[in-house]
Design a protein around this ligand. Structure first.
Ligand code: C5P
Length: 229
C-alpha cells in the first residue's frame, strides 16, 4: 500500500484536543481534513430537524446516507452547511454532541457513513479526526495516534471553548456529560472507542497545543510522512 494516499488518524475521547490539533497538522502539511464527528453530529441534527427518533435505526441510516452537507474551509475555521443552512455553531452544542453519540451507537448509521468518510482520502494526504479512524475507517493508515487527556482536563477545555464562542455551560455538568459520552463511546458494540493495536498513545493532559503539534510532527517525520525542517 506504499502508493496509497497517506492518512494520519487521530482518535480519542472528546475534548482531548483532536479538533484543534488535526486542523493545525493538516494546515502544516497541506493535507485534507476529515472531521468525522461532524458527520455524526449532522446525522443527529438531521434526526432532530426531521422528527426521527434517536433509536429508529433504519430511518437514521437513511438520513446519514442522504446528508446534504458542505464543508467550506474559511481561514482558521470550517463553515458547515446543512440543507443550505449554516449550522457551524449549532452542531457544536452539547445537546447535538450528546445526540450524536446516541446515533453513533447505531451500526447501520456507522455503515452508511463509511464510504463518505473514505472519500475524504485524497492526495496529498488526509488527517482524519474521530473515534474509529485507525481501527475501522482507515485500518491501513501509516500513522495512527490516540490522543487522550484526563476527564477533568477535557471538561475544562470544553468549558473554555464554549465560553469563547459565547455559549453557556457549567463545568460540573460538562464533566458529567463527558464521562457519560466516554462510557457510551467505549461500551458500544460497533467501533468502540479504543486505540488501534498499532496506534501511538499521547496523553495531552499536561501538554500545550504547540507541544502536541511538535510531538506529532516528530512522529510524522519518523514515519517518513513529513520532512524535518
Ligand atoms: O468528535 P465529536 O465530539 O464531534 O463527536 C461527536 C460524537 O460522535 C462522539 O461522542 C461519538 O459518539 C461520535 N463519533 C463516533 N465516531 C467518530 C467520530 C465521532 O462515534 N469517528
Amino acid at each position: 500500500m506504499s502508493d496509497a494516499v497517506p492518512v494520519l488518524t487521530l482518535d480519542g475521547p472528546g475534548g482531548a484536543g483532536k479538533g484543534t490539533i488535526s486542523r493545525l497538522i493538516a494546515e502544516r502539511l497541506g493535507w485534507h481534513l476529515l472531521d468525522s464527528g461532524a458527520l455524526y453530529r449532522l446525522t443527529a441534527l438531521a434526526a432532530l430537524r426531521h422528527g426521527v427518533a434517536l433509536d429508529d435505526a433504519a430511518a437514521l441510516a437513511e438520513l446519514a446516507r442522504d446528508l446534504d452537507v458542505a464543508f467550506l474551509a474559511e481561514g482558521e475555521t470550517t463553515r458547515v452547511l446543512f440543507e443550505g443552512d449554516d449550522v457551524s455553531r449549532e452542531i457544536r452544542s452539547e445537546q447535538t454532541g450528546d445526540a450524536a453519540s446516541q446515533v453513533a451507537a447505531v451500526p447501520a448509521v456507522r455503515e452508511a457513513l463509511l464510504e463518505r468518510q473514505r472519500d475524504f482520502r485524497k492526495a496529498p494526504g488526509l488527517v482524519a479526526d474521530g473515534r474509529d479512524m485507525g481501527t475501522v475507517v482507515f485500518p491501513d493508515a501509516p500513522l495512527k495516534v490516540f490522543l487522550t487527556a484526563s476527564a477533568s482536563e477535557r471538561a475544562r477545555r470544553r468549558y473554555l471553548q464554549l465560553q469563547e464562542v459565547g455559549m453557556d455551560a457549567s463545568l460540573s455538568s460538562l464533566l458529567k456529560e463527558i464521562q457519560a459520552r466516554d462510557a457510551r463511546d467505549m461500551q458500544r458494540s460497533v467501533a468502540p472507542l479504543k486505540p488501534a493495536d498499532d496506534a501511538v498513545t499521547l496523553d495531552t493532559t499536561r501538554l500545550t497545543i504547540p507541544e502536541v503539534v511538535d510531538r506529532l510532527t516528530d512522529l510524522l517525520t519518523e514515519h517518513g510522512l513529513a520532512s524535518a525542517t
